[in-house]
Design a protein around this ligand. Structure first.
Ligand SMILES: Cc1cc2nc3c(=O)[nH]c(=O)nc-3n(C[C@H](O)[C@H](O)[C@H](O)COP(=O)(O)OP(=O)(O)OC[C@H]3O[C@@H](n4cnc5c(N)ncnc54)[C@H](O)[C@@H]3O)c2cc1C
Length: 402
């Protein structure tokens, strides 16, 4: 039986950063990373952006933190069970021992529910999904994208930039209207329509017949050359964790403020539901930067635990945030992620900032477009619970959480 001092499940940003920061913090060797992914670690964000505009060939962008030199990376290998009592996992039919365990299993797209089993519908999460999507795009003149979340909007824009006639179908009144409010939704809608995307809002796809006949709730039927469904994701790792006796919530693994789910078991990224001490509650986040940040934290905490250094574990306190590129328009967003009561738009030269507030006019989110200085102070203002007046007046945060 092979055994590792640190075993990481997953080769996304959370897993790779965890291994890198564990090694940097002097955690004991050997380190093992077991991943279901078939490719060396790569960045996911370009998959709905440049690689859809330019490919083929689909050139993966290597992930930011490198796999530590002496770590063993096992590709195309699923962890199918975790045994906390014996401190082993089952992977590729083998028992693998661990001292510290990081579960960073990420998430997978939810398949489109109302479709014939053999309908030709693309999903996008992995590099391999992207290879298939790009191959389809090469053969296509028309596409239907279902869903107006970030992946749907980004992919629709990229396919349109590629010269494909894209129809985006969404039940929302406008792209991301529920999450980001009317103003940003209208901006995104105009960026998409400027690229030639045909937006069908307040419209549902009622059924897809094989191979590619799309029925809409307004009675119309579309027959595109390709279909991409981007209707949400489902966290992974929850079932494994539950069978091992760990607590889960809606598929995510529940963790404390140190992102620990059990002694010597750490979770990070899309599959985690940890306590964020600044928010004072559990948060679910699905963002690249947060996966990196959480991975770094659990790597350092696992290193301290493996060395028995007696160091206090770090707590998770950063305000979650993400970036998105819709065509050539880049936006950044930081927020607690559980909605807002009102929004205040501040026009900036060549851009704008939207401050989101709760019922007490406390800032709970910020979105910026060509206004990096507002974004930079925005996370700090959200963390300290600043008022809208302070945010709009240009006040600087007391302390910016990183
Ligand atoms: C197309 C696309 C574009 C995106 N763009 C942005 C963006 O612009 N900005 C942003 O903030 N976020 C973006 N995201 C979201 C971001 O990529 C995710 O939040 C991030 O990848 C989560 O990292 P993670 O490490 O938690 O999980 P993942 O990156 O999903 O990695 C999980 C890893 O676990 C492995 N795994 C799962 N189950 C098992 C198992 N049982 N055994 C072994 N291995 C397993 C998987 O194979 C994978 O390697 C985008 C996502 C996609 C798909």
């Amino acid at each position: 039986m092979s055994a590792y001092e640190l075993l990481v499940i997953g080769s996304g940003p959370a897993g790779i950063r965890a291994a890198a920061s564990y090694a940097k913090a002097g955690g004991k060797s050997p380190i093992g990373i077991i991943t279901a992914d078939m490719d060396e670690p790569y960045m996911r964000p370009p998959l709905s952006k440049d690689s859809l505009v330019d490919g083929p060939p689909v050139e993966p962008t290597p992930i930011g933190p490198k796999v530590p030199k002496d770590a063993e990376l096992r590709l195309s290998t699923h962890v199918t069970a975790i045994d906390l009592e014996n401190r082993t996992v089952t992977a590729g039919g083998e028992q693998v021992g661990f001292g510290q365990l990081v579960i960073a299993a990420g998430a997978t797209p939810v398949p489109f529910p109302e479709a014939d089993a053999d309908a030709d519908i693309h999903l996008l999460r992995s590099l391999d999904d992207d290879r298939r999507l790009v191959a389809a795009a090469q053969r296509s003149k028309t596409a239907v994208v279902i869903g107006s979340g970030f992946i749907g909007c980004e992919a629709a824009a990229s396919l349109a930039r590629r010269g494909i006639d894209v129809t985006l179908v969404t039940p929302e009144p406008g792209p991301q209207q529920k999450r980001l409010g009317d103003y940003v939704s209208q901006q995104i809608a105009s960026w998409l329509t400027d690229l030639g995307v045909d937006l069908h809002t307040e419209t549902e796809v009622t059924h897809i017949d094989a191979p590619r006949t799309v029925h809409l709730s307004d009675g119309r039927t579309l027959a595109p050359d390709m279909i991409l469904s981007a209707v949400g994701i489902k966290p992974l790792g929850g079932e494994l964790a539950e069978t091992a006796g760990l607590q889960t919530h809606e598929g995510r693994i529940v963790a404390d403020e140190h992102l620990s789910a059990a002694p010597g078991v750490w979770v990070a990224g899309d599959s985690a539901r940890g306590i964020n001490v600044t928010a004072g509650r559990a948060l679910d986040v699905e963002h690249w930067g947060d996966a990196l940040q959480m991975g770094g934290l659990v790597g350092r905490n696992a290193a301290a635990a493996s060395n028995g250094s007696g160091e206090e574990p770090e707590s998770w306190k950063a305000v979650p945030g993400f970036f998105s590129d819709i065509g050539e328009h880049s936006i950044q967003y930081a927020a607690w992620g559980d909605g807002h009561e009102s929004e205040k738009v501040v026009e900036r030269t060549g851009g704008f900032t939207v401050w989101y507030t709760d019922a007490d006019e406390t800032v709970v989110g910020v979105l910026t477009y060509n206004a990096d200085d507002d974004y930079e102070r925005g996370s700090g203002l959200i963390a300290e619970g600043a008022t809208l007046t302070e945010a709009v007046s240009g006040a600087q945060p007391q302390e910016v959480e990183s």
